[in-house]
Design a protein around this ligand. Structure first.
Ligand code: NZQ
Ligand code: ZN
Length: 392
């Protein structure tokens, strides 16, 4: 087992009616003037925003609001949020929504305490000087941003999508009421389940570390999410399935399922971030479209893991060589994506990148990762290009 540090400072308030605790939580964490940041309006339509406002008023906490965070949240809105937070002397940021609103809120939290251009952080030219305290009311189980140290922002000019990780932006609290997710379109529920699976798969497919307990937790998490995702496909109102998936979403990306390994692979995420930037696709669907091609390209370099995944997660019982078992596991995963109506290639995702565009994505993906990425197999620009070609 590799040495590791595990830091998950987020207070979790989980269950029915949890959002009514929001005002008390903000007060407990010292917030006196709040910027509520949300997305395209689902929280207005559902009445959630009104309930949050009420819970802040009940604690005599002043607030201002900024909506408009879109999937693949934009830097331009982050700048607007930073200006608003400074002007209004905000001391607490409250994200109400999914990964996009949360990530945008994290960027605002950095920028409010930073004299320079916040995009520098996402270009990795320097570290954040600080961040305003941040809380979350989660409305979609997907990104894990409610407990993660990461934030992913898209620069409008050139649509460049980049992530920045820093423990400073881990939310102080995360309010998670699974009931809030029943208004999600089925497509978003499926995208969310895919992203949750992928956050653990990225940590699981590694060539580093012997980590029996972590593996067992990772496998349980993946089996649970797959089972509950199919329940939700047929019965979207199912509270217990919503709850299982929501909790899995947080545990999948708060570091737990990677303790003791080498940091994981994360190449599928890197490849998807270029798709999200260039074509503005939903993150979970983009991951599903790439994963099978990535897996077939790398599995021989990480055979014991792929064989174990086939047996322990996908339930493959057939006899065969390790290669045959691994391939059966990959095919079974793709069958699962199809069962969720997720794409298994870029055409099914609705995009047909030209050769030039695939070369550009490979170049940008490799540059963003400092020239190479991956643990299951280390990928360079040419490998990334091949995977895009396979995923057409
Ligand atoms: O904007 P609104 O109107 O709220 O609509 C959203 C959006 O259209 C809608 N939605 C959310 N909750 C809803 C709802 N509609 C009805 N009822 C509800 N309860 O769903 C759509 C998707 O929302 P979004 O926030 O974009 O989804 P998600 O949580 O999947 O976030 C995606 C973003 O997170 C990044 C992705 O790259 C992408 O930009 N990620 C962030 C990570 C992190 N910070 O740790 C890690 C991930 O790997 C990921 O990269
Ligand atoms: Zn993700």
């Amino acid at each position: 087992m590799y040495n590791f540090q595990y830091y998950t400072p987020t207070q979790v308030i989980f269950g029915r009616g949890a959002e009514l605790e929001t005002g008390k939580q903000v007060r407990a964490w010292g917030g006196t003037k709040v910027l509520i940041h949300y997305g395209g309006g689902s929280v207005v339509r559902s009445g959630l925003l009104a309930r949050i406002e009420e819970s802040l008023r009940a604690e005599n906490i002043a607030f201002v609001e900024l909506g408009g965070a879109v999937p693949n949240p934009r830097l331009s809105l982050v700048y607007e949020g930073i200006a608003l937070a400074r002007r209004e002397k905000v001391d607490f940021i409250l994200a109400v929504g999914g990964g996009s609103a949360i990530d945008s809120a994290k960027a605002i939290a950095y920028g409010a305490l930073d004299e320079g251009d916040v995009w520098d952080l996402y270009e990795h030219t320097r570290k954040a000087a600080g961040a305003l305290a941040l809380g979350v009311v989660l409305t979609i189980a997907a990104s894990g941003s409610e407990m993660s140290n990461s934030s992913v922002i898209t620069k409008d000019e050139g649509m460049v999508k980049r992530g920045y990780n820093d423990d400073m932006c881990r939310p102080k609290f995360a309010v998670m009421n699974p009931e809030l997710t029943v208004t999600l379109p089925d497509y978003q529920t499926a995208c969310g389940c895919t992203d949750i699976l992928m956050h653990t798969m990225e940590r699981y497919f590694t060539n580093g570390g012997n980590m029996e307990l972590t593996d067992a937790m990772a496998e349980a998490l993946m089996r649970t999410v797959m089972k509950q995702a199919l329940i939700l496909r047929d019965d979207p109102q199912n509270y217990d399935a919503r709850a299982e998936v929501m909790w899995a979403g947080s545990l999948s990306h708060n570091g737990l399922t990677g303790c003791g390994n080498d940091g994981g692979d994360f190449a599928t995420h890197g490849l998807e971030h270029e798709l999200g930037g260039m074509f503005d696709v939903a993150h979970g669907a983009g991951l599903a479209a790439i994963w099978g091609s990535w897996a077939r390209y790398v599995y021989r370099s990480c055979l014991p893991r792929f064989e174990r995944f086939a047996r322990e997660v996908m339930g493959v019982t057939a006899e065969g060589t390790p290669e045959e078992i691994a391939e059966k596991g990959i095919a079974a995963m793709e069958d699962f994506f199809r069962a969720l109506h997720m794409p298994t290639n870029m055409r099914e995702l609705g995009i047909e990148p030209t050769d030039e565009q695939m070369r550009k994505m490979a170049r940008m993906c490799s540059a963003a990762a400092g020239g190479k990425k991956g643990s299951a197999r280390v990928l360079y620009e040419e490998d990334m290009y091949e995977i895009y070609r396979m995923a057409r």
